[in-house]
Ligand binder design. Sequence first.
Ligand code: NAD
Ligand code: GLY
Length: 365
Amino acid sequence: MSAYQIEVAIPDRDYTIEIAPGLLATARTIDVLQSLANKSRICIVTHPVLMKPYVSPLVEGLKERGIDPFLHVIPSGEHRKTLATVARMYDAFIEAKLDRKSLVVVVGGGVLGDAAGFAAASYLRGIRFVQIPTTLLAHVDSSVGGKTGVDLPQGKNLIGAFHQPSSVLIDPKTLQTLPMRELRAGLAEVIKYGIIYDNAFFARVDALLPRILRRDMEALSEIIARSCEIKAEVVCQDETEQGLRAILNFGHTIGHALEAITNYRRYKHGEAVAIGMVVESRIGERVGQTPAETTQALIDTLQRAKLPVAYPSDISVERVLEVAQRDKKTVGGLLRFVLPLRIGEVNVRSDVPISAIEAATQISI
Ligand code: NAD
Ligand code: GLY
């Protein structure tokens, strides 16, 4: 089975992303955690569903080395990505007697990675953490790049910090237990990388879709590795999103608004992003920069991945604009959109007329 190593070369906070099917069950994972903890306390944050298949073997492996990690096991759900959840994490960290040298290990998806990453970023003004992502979305996106945070009722990820993990350990075999809807949602972010950065990768993902949906480990490892490589390339050039990193937000201006309006319950994050990418590609058409064939190719691939592509008829554009205005992606009150120029290249624009947004949401598929 293929294994990949990708360096995230941010000065003073560089780390390695390791990707290999079965990685979690190897001594390598225990070695990394033991070496980072360096005799200090470890707190593992996870969900109940992940305990038996992934966390218990990890705990056993650590115990064999004389390390007894503290466990903080919390329920799943985007609607729980809140300050209240983070406050409970602080309580757990204090109960676990974590100090400045201690290590938080997150075993879970993007919700847990973002929230526990933020707890680690702010506890004692910041302690180290390791990402062991278990969803496709977290493998390809949220575990890499150091964006951590929580939602407010007013909008997604409005509270947060940039805090890079010390290591990212990706075991594609964790996807064997992931519900199919979650696997598809993660694919939206993979398809996003093709549109924003790499034309050939877009075609490759499209060709690999049947194998990906069958959870073929070689195909999954390949797309996870290329996605992480693209994300690392972007983040290393612009860690705190002063410019280039904004391209990673393709589909997210509309997608985040749809998630907030539906109280984070109707859509998986990747599903909202899939709809958002289609709407934003259509906005690109309206402002005269995106070829119609680009939008069509995007829709075709998303539909082959069985992702939603239609803008919901019960949500008004006015409401989306109101919520999007509160998103942290606005600058000086101007809404910013990432719009395709062609497959593999996008730009960021803040001069999109409201009429273009209205028109883009009113086309039926
Ligand atoms: P999630 O974390 O809610 O996980 C989805 C569900 O799958 C949960 O119910 C979880 O318990 C379950 N699960 C996780 N791994 C499993 C496994 N291996 N087997 C069985 N069940 C499993 O959702 P997500 O899609 O991973 O993450 C979405 C979040 O990521 C959003 O909040 C989004 O804002 C955030 N995000 C952050 C970044 C970033 O750069 N920080 C990037 C993209 C997305
Ligand atoms: N997911 C967007 C980013 O990491 O910047």
